[in-house]
Design a protein around this ligand. Structure first.
Ligand code: C5P
Length: 236
């Protein structure tokens, strides 16, 4: 029997990554972190000297991009992200932490605006989810356009949001824990810029799917959000 496909969309800092990872662990499903794909592309483009505004150049890299998610090095840590490309001689790079810098966050948001890039990455996302769903384990896919564009037919759709202050506070804490030290104001400004870009772009803007359940996590902890999702997916 196919496993469930659960999709979670929402803005940066709403808690999507942690919630999606916890839901996936709870039901033994794979985790599809689509932000990591855009981040991986931004990283590879930078390595190859391709500008984040060069749509054809980026689409060419996206067309040969290979991405693999592997279990985390330790429990509770983010899963490992490996990227390479179909091109002969391409090496595999472990970009787990190098794609989480503020610079690559900005790059991911810039490369993701381009229609040709989004189109080139559709198949990768659908293929990863299909493998996990068909195996019976299921997949939890998180991003910005899971419910609207990539998996419009998914049965379980959630839109996770929180107030701008709560989101900036969480992201700041996360960056500090990783040894980076931007100021809280810097995080707020960068996040607002990214939100604005993600919500206003012409292709696949950040948007709640009509049939997605809205969860506001401003006043909820991760456990509370996760239990709402699990209860909706498998009402006992
Ligand atoms: O979720 P995360 O912060 O890792 O995503 C990085 C950037 O990738 C987002 O700001 C957004 O611009 C882009 N993205 C997207 N569509 C997705 C996932 C991420 O446009 N499905």
């Amino acid at each position: 029997m196919p496993g469930p496909l659960i999709v979670i969309d929402g803005p940066a800092g709403a808690g999507k990554s942690t919630v999606a990872r916890t839901v996936a662990e709870a039901i033994g499903a794979a985790l599809l972190d689509t932000g990591a794909i855009y981040r991986g592309l931004a990283y590879l483009a930078r390595e190859r000297g391709v500008d984040w505004d060069d749509e054809p150049g980026l689409a060419a890299i996206a067309a040969t991009l290979r991405i693999e998610f592997q279990p985390a090095a330790e429990p509770g840590a983010p899963q490992r992200v490996l990227i390479s490309s179909d091109e002969p001689g391409a090496e595999t790079l472990d970009v787990t932490s190098s794609i989480r810098t503020p610079d690559i966050s900005d790059g991911a948001s810039r490369v993701s605006r381009h229609q040709a890039v989004r189109a080139a990455l559709l198949d990768i996302q659908r293929a990863i989810a299909a493998t996990s769903v068909e195996s019976g384990h299921g997949c939890v896919a998180e991003g910005r356009d899971m419910g609207t564009v990539v998996f419009p037919d998914a049965r379980h759709k959630f839109f996770l949001t929180a107030s701008a202050a709560a989101r900036a506070g969480r992201r700041h804490k996360e960056l500090v824990a990783r040894g980076q030290a931007p100021s809280r104001t810097q995080v707020e400004v960068e996040m607002a810029r990214r939100d604005q870009r993600d919500s206003s772009r012409a292709t696949a803007p950040l948007q709640q799917a009509k049939d997605a359940a809205l969860i506001d996590s401003s006043e909820l902890d991760v456990a509370a959000v996760v239990s709402r999702i699990l209860a909706a997916v498998d009402p006992a």
